[in-house]
Design a protein around this ligand. Structure first.
Ligand code: GRF
Length: 217
């Protein structure tokens, strides 16, 4: 019997360039997961078009139709659970998740955040890095917990800030880095090398006190 490929749901709200990186890696054989559904809370998210072009099932529920965050999240989970996912990847999904959703999928939800966490949780990270005069910036893949951008970190892509670089240029380079590290993290999760246990991230059975770091130009 062949092992089941990691059934993965990708949640988006916008462009879906990270989703495209997953699609491309699955196509070239370097990412061995099964993207079973792409879900968006926005019907006009370009990522839905990317999914359809790749022949992946899509689903969309608009959050404005729900009275509370949890009611929306329960509707999302009802939809996702019809695909029996092993892994949920947030890829530019611009919603804060309810505690109910996080507990329902405990240890199965990954996010990528455009900063070297724990620095700069929240929005507008590139400008904040420039304003602070930081020498380095990057993007971090982490397990999702109830703390916003605060779950156990797995891997970070790091780059040196260039003199005179604009926030836009920095964002571009950070995104290129996350298109490498996020598929890598998904591959490790699918292989069972990365796990969430006791509220912490583990790699090959060793506690990841700090994330692994991959340096980019
Ligand atoms: C990425 O930069 C990611 O770090 C953040 O949202 C952005 C999504 O971009 N969480 P895309 O939709 O994957 O192009």
């Amino acid at each position: 019997m062949t092992a089941r490929r990691c059934r993965t749901a990708v949640l988006i709200s916008g462009s879906g360039s990270n989703l495209q990186a997953f699609i491309d890696r699955v196509a070239d054989g370097s990412l061995d997961i099964d993207i079973v559904v792409v879900f968006s809370n926005k019907p006009d998210a370009y990522g839905l078009t990317r999914a359809k072009q790749a022949g992946i099932s899509t689903a969309c529920i608009e959050h404005g139709d729900f009275e509370t965050r949890e009611l929306f999240d329960r509707a999302v989970a009802r939809e996702l659970d019809t695909y029996d996912p092993d892994l949920i990847m947030l890829a530019g999904f611009m919603r804060i998740l309810s505690p109910w959703f996080v507990q329902h999928y405990e240890g199965k939800v990954l996010n990528v955040h455009p900063a070297l966490l724990p620095l700069y949780p929240g929005l507008n990270t590139h400008q904040r890095v420039l304003d602070a005069g930081d020498t380095h910036h990057g993007s971090t893949v982490h397990f999702v917990t109830e703390e916003l951008d605060g779950g156990p970190r797995i891997v970070a892509g790091r780059l040196a800030v260039k003199p005179g670089e604009s926030a836009k240029e920095l964002q571009h380079r950070v995104q290129a880095a996350e298109h490498q590290v996020y598929p890598q993290a998904a591959q490790w999760f699918g292989e069972g090398r990365v796990e969430y246990r006791d509220g912490q991230a583990w790699f090959d059975g060793e506690l990841l006190a700090d994330p692994m770091v991959i340096d980019f130009d």
